[in-house]
Design a protein around this ligand. Structure first.
Ligand code: CP
Ligand code: NVA
Length: 310
């Protein structure tokens, strides 16, 4: 019998999975990564096809999904707005109906979350959020896997978010609510997280600080992101002024715990949201974080397509 989950699941937000499912995924990501490092072939997705739809640029998301799918024995179709009918106003609903009759799983990077949701509502196969204006769940999946590898369980820990109240920040809040840690948030005025967009019920999972130094105090992990996310480029100059004090530097790392890690989803702008000393320094785990996108997403695709193994 062909294996498969009894109920199709999408991964559109971090809160689409439960804590015990994350525990399972982190275990699977570890097993899959270990096999990969040992050059052991693992191909549970032979004959499965992933369609990747990119309406925004990408390096890590594309390479990690594409390489990961091939390594698991499957194949990949890569579409962009410029080379598909999506760029010529074919509705997301129609695209979903067509694409999902031909492939087994879809990853989408787009602007509004509502486009992803419309696509998923008309898809016959699982849909994964590869970044929207609102959320970036695959990144946080990899980030927490990376934290666990370096420091163990994230439950009860403090994550400092320094910078924009953006898709990454929203997703960190969702993760904190589900996995039981706290996010200390410091954003410039006017760039706060919108709790309604973040969609968290448990207000205890985050605390707001005016100054980024306060947010970093005692943190187990300090993390940030670009000042201007994709799609907001028109605000670039205004943001450069507003964010000037939200640059993670040695002073901020010095008030965090001595064993604090630094993470950044990348791409990074040294001298803007983070100094070169911090991102290239001993507390930074950004390269593990980037690599772990692939291992974590292989575990995610395996789970969405095959359910629990064993
Ligand atoms: N972090 C991340 O999603 O990187 P890309 O934009 O390169 O995919
Ligand atoms: N917040 C950034 C993340 C890039 C991976 C953006 O949306 O552009």
């Amino acid at each position: 019998m062909k294996p498969g989950p009894s109920l199709m699941r999408h991964y559109l937000q971090f809160k689409d999975l439960r804590a015990e499912e994350y525990a399972y995924l982190f275990e699977r990501a570890h097993i899959i990564k270990t096999r990969f490092k040992n050059y052991e072939r693992y191909q549970p997705l032979v004959d499965r096809t992933l369609a990747m739809i990119f309406e925004k640029a990408s390096t890590r998301t594309r390479v990690s999904f594409e390489a990961g799918m091939y390594q698991m024995g499957g194949s990949v179709v890569h579409l962009t707005t410029g080379d598909s009918q999506l760029g010529r106003a074919e509705p997301a609903e129609d695209s979903a109906r067509v694409i999902s009759r031909m492939v087994d799983i879809v990853m989408i990077r787009t602007y509004e979350q509502s486009m992803l949701e419309r696509f998923a509502a008309h898809s016959r196969v699982p849909v994964i959020n590869g970044l929207t204006n609102e959320y970036h769940p695959c990144q946080i999946l990899a980030d927490i896997f990376t934290f666990i590898e370096h420091r163990g369980d994230i439950q009860g820990k403090v994550v400092a978010w320094v910078g924009d109240g953006n898709n990454m920040a929203n997703t960190w809040l969702q993760a904190a609510e589900i996995l039981g840690f706290t996010v200390h948030v410091s954003t410039p005025s006017g760039y706060e997280i919108d709790p309604a967009v973040a969609g968290v019920r448990d207000t205890g999972c985050y605390k707001l600080f005016n100054h980024p130094m306060q947010a970093c105090e005692g943190a187990h992990l300090v993390t940030t992101d670009v000042w201007t996310s994709m799609g907001y480029e028109a605000e670039n100059e205004e943001r450069r002024k507003a964010f000037v004090d939200w640059c993670v530097d040695d002073e901020m790392m010095a008030v965090a715990r001595p064993d604090a890690l630094f993470m950044h989803c990348l791409p990074a702008h040294r001298g803007e949201e983070v100094t070169a000393e911090v991102i290239d320094g001993p507390q930074s785990v950004v390269w593990d974080e980037a690599e772990n996108r692939m291992h974590a997403q292989k575990a995610l695709m395996e789970y969405l397509l095959l359910g629990r193994i064993g």
